[in-house]
Design a protein around this ligand. Structure first.
Ligand SMILES: N[C@@H](CCC(=O)N[C@@H](CS)C(=O)NCC(=O)O)C(=O)O
Length: 281
């Protein structure tokens, strides 16, 4: 893992920029392939949107092995065997981390995008619009919400977990719980963030569903559990009941990935047995 390059002098985790940021053109059956991991919250967003919009026939998918080795994500029985090969085929000089999600163009043999915040928006606006996950009238509000979710929660849990300084860690954790406290108030009064299911709910879900299982322990976001927030816990289980969310949530991949791959945080690679959570309740 080349993560050390993304640690600032004061121990903060500063995520690398996304290297491939081309916008997705219109769908062409058989042309594009999504590389994703069930473990990864950024990749699960795309898997959920693909399922909600019923894009299975338009966007092929390859799920990588949950445990990364020193060559990065491995593709079970794949040709190529490693995701890195796609990155180098696209940019021979690429030196960053080889990340999911990314979309491979099988015709031109190159990665079109690994720009995870834009991928779902492109699918929602030009690949499938039913249900409308990015309604025109809500777009400014969704954009603001997504930005808050990213800095306050989606990325903040990583900033807490990957930080190498006490102060950096504490600052990130404080941000995580301030955000959860605010969301608890909002979701006590509303079924979804905007009354109707949108892109923002997808982004919030993929962090919440991992919270008690990996972020609470492994990333030390442990002031409270998700289960201690009645409205957020009910909201997450409500989304889990939707097949597109449930069928793309794989706790075995999630646990094995975080605990066995991020060995700087968990050198023993032991995967905890708990927590016991009743997702069907
Ligand atoms: N593209 C973003 C976010 C996507 C991302 O971080 N994906 C993770 C999995 S959750 C990944 O593929 N990591 C590969 C690595 O760290 O080597 C980034 O460059 O940081």
């Amino acid at each position: 893992m080349k993560l050390s390059r993304e640690i600032s002098d004061d121990g903060r985790f500063v995520r690398q920029p996304n290297r491939f940021t081309e916008r997705l053109g219109p769908p062409e059956p058989g042309r594009y392939r999504l590389y994703a991991s069930y473990a990864c919250p950024w990749a699960q967003r795309v898997l959920i949107v693909r399922a909600l919009l019923r894009l299975e026939d338009l966007l092929d998918v390859t799920i990588v092995d949950p445990i990364r080795d020193d060559k990065g994500w491995r593709i079970p029985d794949g040709d190529p065997l490693y995701l890195s090969e796609l990155y180098h085929a696209t940019d021979p000089g690429y030196t960053g981390r080889y990340t999911v999600p990314c979309i491979w163009d099988t015709r031109d043999e190159r990665i079109v995008t690994n720009d995870f915040p834009q991928i779902t928006l492109d699918l929602e606006t030009s690949w499938g619009t039913s249900p409308d996950l990015y309604p025109e009238r809500l777009r400014p509000d969704i954009d603001i919400m997504n930005d808050r979710l990213y800095h306050g929660l989606n990325n903040a849990v990583y900033e807490a977990g990957f930080s190498r300084g006490q102060q950096a860690y504490e600052e990130a954790v404080a941000r995580v719980f301030t955000t959860l406290d605010l969301l608890e108030v909002r979701l006590a009064e509303s079924e979804f963030l905007f009354g109707t299911l949108t892109d923002s709910d997808v982004r919030l879900y993929t962090t919440l569903v991992r919270f008690d299982t990996v972020y609470h322990g492994h990333f030390k976001c442990s002031i409270r559990r998700l289960a201690d927030y009645p409205a957020l816990w009910a909201y997450t289980r409500r989304l889990y009941a939707i097949p597109a969310f449930r069928d793309t949530t794989d706790f075995d991949h999630i646990k094995r990935h975080y605990y066995m791959t991020q060995t700087n945080i968990n050198p023993s690679r032991i995967v905890p047995v708990g927590p016991e959570l009743d997702w069907s309740a």
